[in-house]
Design a binder for this molecule. Sequence first.
Ligand code: UDP
Length: 341
Amino acid sequence: MKSLVTGGAGFIGSHLVEELLARGDDVTVLDDLSTGSVSNLAAVRDHPRFQLVVGTILDPTVVHGVVSGCDRVFHLAAAVGVKLIIDDPLASLRTNIHGTENVLMVCEETGATLLLASTSEIYGKNEADRLHEDSDRVLGSTLKSRWSYASAKGIDEAFAHAYWSQFGLAVSIVRLFNTVGPRQKGRYGMVVPNLVGQALRGDPLTVFGTGEQTRCFSSVHDIVPALIGVIDNDATRGQALNLGGAHEISILDLARAIIRVTGSSSEIQLVPYDTAYGDGYEDMRRRVPDNTRAHDLVGFAPRTSIDEIVRGVAESLQSTVDRSDWTMQQARPHASTTVIV
Ligand code: UDP
């Protein structure tokens, strides 16, 4: 089996590459190394069935070159991270919309099976008790840049669905809910590595807003086998599947867990959203997946606890040489914060 992983030098992609090689695939990675890095691929770099192509999904010729001859394509390349989307909305829109259309077009042409990595962001501010794949999308103003990511990924999904219904492209969509694990960087705004980095340095943990907002974090080690399960299952074609963590936790409780697990002496600071991100940011109060479809179709059952996740992220951060990746730069440094612990 020949697999292509776009975005394979990224956090999730690099774990997927390792798993595919372990299962006997020939694996090509296409990555522009914008947020991914070669160091994420250190364990596989010299593997005889592995090759890395540095290039962009925005170039149809490059995409054609790497997809040709592949049986299946895991499309993970995207501009990700709330901080990055707010700082450079135009690049995010271009990469996430035009780049994905290139991948869809070429897969349709070559007959490769495609997995599109989408996101729970597409549900926007829908705070339903369990977000089902058919739940409504509740997005804020188009002029708030946070929503450009949800909009772009929504277009990607609609594109994929149309290629399936009109051309019979074998494509499946997964919506990832706050996937976390080793190699994830805090600098693009993801909360777990950002807070773990702060805890390890003894800096205050920056909890945005009231900290009462909740998320369901899932381990990359639970997600990767599910990605392969989905692409290998014909019953998932033309469908979207939620893949999220099993336990809802507030960001404040997450910060407390991080301090406990890392043994840090840091305090927790509440930081107003506009101090953290500047304008263009709106948060969602909660985001809880209904994983029933993924459970029924591919046996998805996330097992990793938040403590195990935090431990894995802490070990990974401690082993990185470039510590500037650990935490995000805030729009304005710690003005008007509240120390609560
Ligand atoms: N967050 C936080 N401190 C940080 C980074 C993020 O309190 O240093 C909050 C953020 O406002 C959100 C939650 O943590 O409520 C998850 O943020 P992330 O960007 O990781 O994911 P998403 O918002 O996409 O769920």
